[in-house]
Design a protein around this ligand. Structure first.
Ligand code: NAP
Length: 420
């Protein structure tokens, strides 16, 4: 049995979850031929929810890399101190396992280069979808494949909120429910503004396509502009609404983008509801595969972290995360994208309003695939729902402005439609 000595830095939710899983699932972990010995913990204070017994505690996390251990498990979160701690661990000849997507997103290339220089590995399975396996799968099991497209719901909070809005609940009530249930942070901006999903798709794109970490700038939009009524109209048109993170290989560039989309109700991703994360990967050799599971929480994250520690002990594969960097394609400029669009236009019920809107669209060469005009709302307002043909992102701002400038138009919302 190989014994790996680990030092855990941070003693919060995930760290204590990892400790408990190593103790509770010792038998199963050892079936892999590896025994994990938690040699020390770096924690600036005790955690009343977890007693680590006889394990030595260091109050300064920067003491951990100097101990007689094989692996430093970084679980402090944040970016700059975590970067410093990881680089110190690498220089001390320790492997690093982390659940921290932010530090890998912002400093991944620097960290992996340092690891290569010092002959150690930095693994981050738990940073994307917690324990739901995707990182090592992309690096190893799917390595023989050309990865054509990765698309998925990578933020459990956003998927939970949208799934509840689909049931007819308001955004604010659902966000509060997510906070009460512990799915959303007291400050939910990181989740609902799309940054968390952006970090994760940035990491997956770097594995699949060798894009840099940090990546070049790409388009990020969250879920705050969606109204529960959009679900009703999307449903009538055969769609639902999801917050999708996408990375795709094109001939001359790589797409990375994060935004809400209408997707076909019959698609696999449309049917993944609640806090679950779900990913669809299109490959050339095995076609389309789907992965779904818990994307957060103590136990799921512990699974991802422990799988990395076991991997370190069992694998001789040289994981060089920078290997494809030299021939990576540029990231596609978002203004050169074309999408079909859903338009929700709330208008005064006056003669000629529909004709004014369609003529504005025609003037910009934007075709209409379908129009739904629904019953009156209050105060003589009528919703008009349009699905357009595909058109360039560069036209979106102008067309929205010109529709909103029409005197009879009260409100306008737009959502892109994703081809699955
Ligand atoms: N929670 C999840 O479901 C989940 C899922 C996947 C990935 N992750 C990632 O896992 C990491 C840890 O998350 P968490 O939920 O465990 O956070 P947490 O409960 O807030 O725990 C963070 C721990 O790190 C300590 N810490 C923070 N900054 C420190 C510093 N500068 N020096 C010393 N100690 C420091 C904190 O100490 P104090 O208590 O003294 O502040 C606390 O013990 C994050 O990178 C997160 O993104 C979390």
């Amino acid at each position: 049995m190989k014994v790996l000595r680990v030092g855990i830095c941070g003693w919060g939710n995930v760290a204590t979850g990892m400790f408990k899983a190593i103790v509770d699932n010792k038998f199963f972990i050892e079936q892999s031929g590896v025994s994990i010995d938690i040699a020390c913990i770096g924690a600036r204070r005790d955690n009343p929810k977890c007693n680590p017994g006889e394990i030595k505690i260091y109050r300064d996390i920067f003491d951990i890399p100097n101990q007689d251990i094989d692996v430093v498990v970084e679980l402090i979160g944040g970016v700059e101190t975590a970067r410093e701690l990881i680089l110190k661990s690498i220089k001390a000849g320790k492997h690093v396992v982390t659940a921290n997507k932010a530090v890998i997103f912002h400093h991944g290339d620097e960290i992996f280069n340092a690891a290569n220089d010092h002959g150690v590995k930095v693994l981050f399975e738990a940073a994307v979808c917690a324990g739901t396996p995707i990182v090592k799968m992309l690096k190893e099991e799917l390595a023989p494949n050309r990865i054509k497209k990765i698309s998925g719901m990578l933020n459990g909070t956003s998927n939970f909120i949208l799934s509840n809005m689909e049931e007819g609940n308001e955004f604010d009530d659902t966000l509060k429910l997510a906070q009460d249930e512990g799915y959303a942070e007291p400050d939910p901006a990181f989740d609902i503004d799309g940054l968390d999903a952006a970090h994760k798709i940035g990491l997956l794109a770097s594995i699949a396509y060798g894009t840099t970490l940090p990546p070049e700038e790409f388009y990020i939009e969250g879920i705050t502009k969606i109204d529960k009524k959009d679900f009703l109209y999307a449903d009538m048109l055969g769609y639902t609404i999801k917050h999708l993170a996408v990375s795709k290989l094109n001939k001359a560039n790589i797409e990375i983008r994060v935004h809400p989309v209408l997707i076909s109700k019959t698609s696999y991703l449309a049917n993944l509801k609640g806090v679950r994360n779900g990913i669809e990967i299109d490959t050339d050799l095995i076609g389309t595969i789907h992965i779904a599971g818990s994307g957060a929480g103590q136990e799921s994250t512990a699974s991802g972290l422990i799988s990395d520690v076991i991997h370190l002990a069992n694998s001789n594969i040289e994981i060089i995360d920078t290997k494809k960097k030299n021939n990576s394609l540029p990231i596609k400029d978002f203004s050169s994208f074309s999408f079909q669009y859903y338009f929700y236009i709330e208008v005064q019920d006056t003669p000629g309003v529909m004709a004014s809107i369609t003529s504005l669209l025609a003037h910009q060469n934007i075709g209409i695939e379908s129009i739904v005009q629904k019953d009156n709302l209050e105060e003589n307002l009528v919703p008009i729902i349009l699905v357009t043909n595909s058109f360039k992102e560069t036209k979106v701002k102008d067309i929205k402005e010109s529709i909103l400038n029409l005197e009879s138009v009260n409100k306008l919302r737009t959502i892109r439609i994703e081809e699955i």
